[in-house]
Design a protein around this ligand. Structure first.
Ligand SMILES: Cc1cc2nc3c(=O)[nH]c(=O)nc-3n(C[C@H](O)[C@H](O)[C@H](O)COP(=O)(O)OP(=O)(O)OC[C@H]3O[C@@H](n4cnc5c(N)ncnc54)[C@H](O)[C@@H]3O)c2cc1C
Length: 477
């Protein structure tokens, strides 16, 4: 049976099979011979692997919810927004993360295609044909950009290990052979495809590193090490950890052959950054949708626990919550400005504004720890040390636990406990740490957003305004 399923999985990748997948078909399609490792062992049953199971189930539910029968049906989740309203609607859909990443990959690829089309029309055409295949086969794709990097002070071409950045090691008739690794790739083990691109701009002598392509996850030479697993626990005590987990993956390319039709860039160093910028735009704008909700959620937690504790009228508590409200409002404003100022590409699809998306992502990541500090300060020690909900249910001590967990008059002890557990899980558990860390580095570190914001900012206009205000227009050197 596994052999048959594998054969089916490979057959459905043929370019002429065009239909949407159900959740079960998605699960079966993962059984395609891919090499996935977890905790030192090869994973033979992905759907049973503790690190992957909950994510696979969540993705399967999304497939089922979006499914429409029929030849050439295209999932609305992978359709291209061609108006500002369609862009805003798609960005606010909030399915699970693999599907969102897949949409961002599709948009990244097409954004890059529109930017390289004038110079490399055949590469742009290959990207468009590839996206068409993804849409019509309803595949999920993950973004592989971050290299191993070795010594960060050295350029790719000057590294002691030439493979520290992924590169072309051979060019053959019909395709190229690539070697290297891409790190921290969210969900790579449970998607179908990998969209691979250079992590940054390349120098003129770094043509072998200026390579972008797509590879099927089960291509010979690709191995994926998946990292971490969801935290086990009662969902009432760990409401976030128990339902959200993103497997992070270490993807190794050990001399992988990529056919010409899947090569989107090879040997054009001056175009390397085009792909990285397109990905940065989509991951930051896409991430900002969640960040804006996260910022509001922090405000909500702070206000709810302040009310439950009888603290909501105290001046210093109100000031902390006001700081959080201002933060949340500014993050949402950057999201809305990014969507309102979207631009149409030459292909007719809409892309968010880079300046606002980068400024918003930066601000949220830079201020997250202060917002968490306010929330934990307001919540008090019980955020960390509250008994579990099962303790509330114990015949001997449950009633007493609930009694002493009451807050102000009328606040039920069990309700307050669950609120405290939610705040702990959101800010203190491994889920909370994951959230803080992914705010910082996911979609690129703070420096990357500073760089883009600065590049996109209209500095000349700012200078003109300053000169006018100082009555110095026309006098500047
Ligand atoms: C939760 C999460 C999800 C992620 N998902 C993905 C994904 O799906 N796909 C993917 O490809 N990547 C993904 N990433 C990777 C992410 O984009 C990187 O972690 C981020 O860009 C930082 O790169 P790095 O980890 O290699 O750190 P480094 O590049 O080592 O950066 C560490 C610090 O060193 C500084 N630094 C590095 N090099 C230099 C230099 N030459 N000069 C001056 N300063 C320097 C940086 O500015 C930073 O302050 C994810 C990361 C996280 C945490």
């Amino acid at each position: 049976l596994p052999g048959l399923v594998r054969a089916w999985g490979q057959a459905r990748r043929k370019e002429d099979s065009r239909f949407m997948l159900t959740g079960d078909q998605y699960k079966s399609s993962l059984n395609d011979g891919r090499r996935v490792y977890w905790n030192g062992k090869r994973v033979t049953d992905l759907t049973g692997c503790p690190a992957l199971k909950s994510s696979i189930d969540a993705v399967a539910r999304t497939y089922d919810a979006a499914y429409r029968p029929g030849d050439r049906a295209v999932s609305e989740l992978l359709q291209l927004p061609t108006s500002a309203d369609a862009l805003a609607a798609r960005m606010s859909l909030h399915t699970e993360w693999l599907t969102e990443i897949s949409f961002m990959c599709v948009m990244t690829a097409l954004t890059a295609a529109s930017r390289i089309a004038a110079r490399c029309p055949e590469r742009a055409a290959a990207i468009r044909a590839y996206v068409d295949m993804l849409q019509h086969q309803d595949l999920r794709i993950t973004e592989c950009i971050t290299d191993a990097k070795g010594d960060r002070s050295l350029a790719p071409g000057k590294q002691h290990d030439a493979d520290a950045y992924l590169r072309v090691v051979e060019r053959r008739p019909g395709g190229i052979v690539v070697r290297g690794a891409k790190l921290h790739v969210s969900h790579a083990a449970i998607g179908h495809e990998l969209l691979v691109m250079p992590t940054k701009a390349m120098k003129p002598d770094e043509g072998d590193y200026a390579v972008a392509f797509a590879a099927s996850v089960n291509s010979p030479g690709i191995s994926i090490v998946t990292v971490g697993e969801p935290t086990p626990g009662d969902p009432r005590d760990f409401p976030f950890s128990s339902r959200e987990f993103v497997p992070q993956c270490f993807v190794i390319f050990d001399d992988v052959f990529i056919p010409d039709e899947r090569v989107f860039l090879d040997g054009e160093p001056d175009l390397a950054a085009t792909f990285a910028h397109a990905l940065g735009l989509w991951t930051r704008a896409g991430g900002l949708v969640n960040l804006a909700d996260d910022a509001d959620c922090l405000v909500g937690f702070a206000q709810l626990i302040a009310e439950a504790n009888g603290l909501d009228k105290f001046v210093h508590i109100r000031e902390k919550i006001s700081d959080m409200v201002i933060h949340a409002t500014i993050i949402r404003a950057t999201l809305e400005a990014s969507l309102k100022n979207c631009e149409r590409t030459t292909d007719g699809m809409m892309i968010p504004d880079e300046l606002f998306a980068n400024a918003g992502k930066y601000l949220h990541a830079a201020n997250w720890s202060l917002m968490i500090r306010h929330l934990q300060d307001i919540g008090g020690g019980s955020v960390l040390t509250s008994p579990s909900i099962s303790d509330c249910e114990n015949d001997e001590i449950g009633a007493l636990v609930q009694n002493y967990m009451r807050g102000k008059q009328g606040v039920d002890g069990r309700y307050r406990l669950r609120l405290l557990h939610a705040i702990r899980d959101y800010t203190l558990t491994s889920y909370g740490s994951y959230k803080s860390f992914s705010n910082l580095h996911g979609g690129g570190g703070l420096y990357a957003q500073r760089l883009v914001t600065r590049n996109r900012y209209d500095m000349e206009r700012a200078k003109r305004l300053a000169l006018k205000a100082a009555d110095l227009s026309g006098a500047a050197p």
